[in-house]
Design a protein around this ligand. Structure first.
Ligand SMILES: [Zn+2]
Ligand SMILES: [Zn+2]
Length: 134
């Protein structure tokens, strides 16, 4: 069981299962949405993800048709995204999780969109688009 929440504490959530396919996404949308070099996102089964408080503080922005990013409208923390095409999953922004997690990132994606000031280091696989299998 993992617990997390936004910067101001209004939104709290828990994850009853595991997190899979954790990636560092360097695409321009993720960079804007995080205000940083990349987003760290992982897939959680929608049935395992539960908002404990602050559901009314969550605002959504449809960044791509059918894909909505949800953030705390008080403090701006990005919490998760949902895709209409995959109603059984949510993609959680891992920086909002307070618990230590067991899973580890598996890849860098959209590396050709990375900021020119960012240097990607390490041995993790790098993909020009989505990781294989998505
Ligand atoms: Zn907040
Ligand atoms: Zn991205």
């Amino acid at each position: 069981m993992y617990q997390g929440g936004c910067l101001c504490g209004a939104v709290r959530f828990e994850i009853a299962g595991g997190i899979r396919d954790i990636v560092y996404c360097h695409c321009s949308q993720c960079r804007k949405a995080q205000g940083s070099a990349f987003a760290t996102n992982g897939i959680v089964e929608a049935k395992d993800f539960r908002i404990l408080s602050g559901e009314d503080a969550l605002s959504g922005y449809e960044s791509t048709p059918g894909q909505t990013k949800y953030f705390c409208r008080i403090c701006g923390s990005p919490i998760l995204s949902k895709a209409k095409s995959r109603p059984s999953q949510v993609r959680v922004r891992l920086g909002t999780i307070d618990s230590d997690i067991d899973e580890r990132p598996m890849a860098h994606i959209f590396v050709t969109s990375k900021a020119n000031w960012e240097e990607i280091t390490g041995d993790m696989p790098q993909y020009e688009g989505h990781e294989p299998g998505r």
